[in-house]
Design a protein around this ligand. Structure first.
Ligand SMILES: NC(=O)c1ccc[n+]([C@@H]2O[C@H](COP(=O)([O-])OP(=O)(O)OC[C@H]3O[C@@H](n4cnc5c(N)ncnc54)[C@H](OP(=O)(O)O)[C@@H]3O)[C@@H](O)[C@H]2O)c1
Length: 269
């Protein structure tokens, strides 16, 4: 018999972990039929094991994989082939970014950013879709965590912002390609979220957002709740919170030369 599962990448911390907590406690608020298990994917085995033992009410299956490598993707693909589950939900939350001028960073940091944010996200969708078997009007769901950074080029965070533009564009195209198969695709574009992201992006220099962004930081659980609700409603894109909707509007309303001039000034400060 098919196992009905959810797959969450980036499950060892932050937003991905928040999704797993909500799905484990879901008594029909988001999904009418509960999942039999959740595959929790990340590189840190200890963090995944701790998550699996702390969650009650649903089986959490840790899948240790570096998704920025071919072998990491193959680990997930082989598990899908072996178990042939029915995938009701895929959440692509794994991601990274390194802040600072591009020329000061090692080439590998750029490659790793693109591999996990763009390539892995695309390949995860590609290998999972064959196992999504929607029933009637119960659609399968894909949720991609983009970023409001993807609305604009960002000097000082260029590779990350460009990678998230890819996520937005790819997700929107997928929402059209996959709709006839009964699969809804949502891309979520948050502003700053209170996770480990900033510490990692600043290579340990800042544990939290310290500049003007600190006024807009949101809680990962609140973001995850709003995201699941938007996904259930069949939305294709969500900017969160309202401040990021304004940023999205501004990114379309003002000429890019003005935006770049403003951002270049901000980077010099
Ligand atoms: N926090 C923010 O301000 C913010 C804002 C907008 C968008 N986002 C996006 O939200 C998503 C989640 O980030 P977060 O805020 O939750 O940060 P986080 O706490 O640093 O989580 C990142 C997750 O991605 C996983 N990951 C990173 N590289 C991986 C790889 N090569 N293979 C497998 N898993 C990998 C990490 O697990 P391991 O290290 O264990 O592998 C971790 O679980 C990212 O896509 C990020 O770009 C974050």
């Amino acid at each position: 018999m098919y196992q009905k599962i959810a797959i969450v990448t980036g499950a060892s911390s932050g937003i991905g972990k928040a999704f797993i907590g909500l799905l484990a406690g879901d008594s029909g608020e988001y999904f009418k039929t509960p999942f039999d298990e959740i595959w929790a994917i990340a590189r840190r085995e200890d963090a995944l094991n701790e998550l699996a033992s702390s969650i009650k009410g649903i089986r959490i299956v840790p899948v240790v994989a570096d998704l920025s490598t071919d072998s990491g993707i193959k680990t997930v693909e082989d598990k899908l082939k072996a178990e042939e589950p029915k995938v009701g939900l895929l959440i692509n939350s794994a991601g990274m970014g390194i802040k600072g001028p591009m020329a000061d960073k090692p080439a590998k940091a750029l490659g790793d950013t693109i591999s996990i944010n763009c390539t892995a996200l695309s390949e995860m969708i590609n290998i999972t879709v064959p196992y999504m078997k929607p029933e009637g009007n119960i659609h399968s769901k894909i949720i991609n965590i983009g970023s409001s950074a993807g609305f604009l080029p960002q000097p000082g965070f260029a590779c990350y912002a460009a990678s998230k533009s890819y996520v937005i564009s790819f997700s929107r195209a997928m929402s059209c390609e996959l709709k006839p198969k009964g699969i809804d695709v949502l891309v979520v574009c948050p502003g700053p979220v209170a996770t480990d992201f900033q510490r990692r992006a600043t290579e340990g220099k800042e544990a939290n957002f310290t500049d003007w962004r600190k006024n807009f930081v949101v809680d990962p659980v609140k973001l995850a709740k709003a995201t699941l609700k938007a996904s259930i409603r069949g939305k294709r894109m969500m900017s969160y919170p309202f401040s990021q909707k304004l940023l999205h509007f501004a990114s379309k309303a003002f000429p890019i030369s003005w935006i770049l001039a403003f951002e270049s000034g901000a980077v010099k400060e």
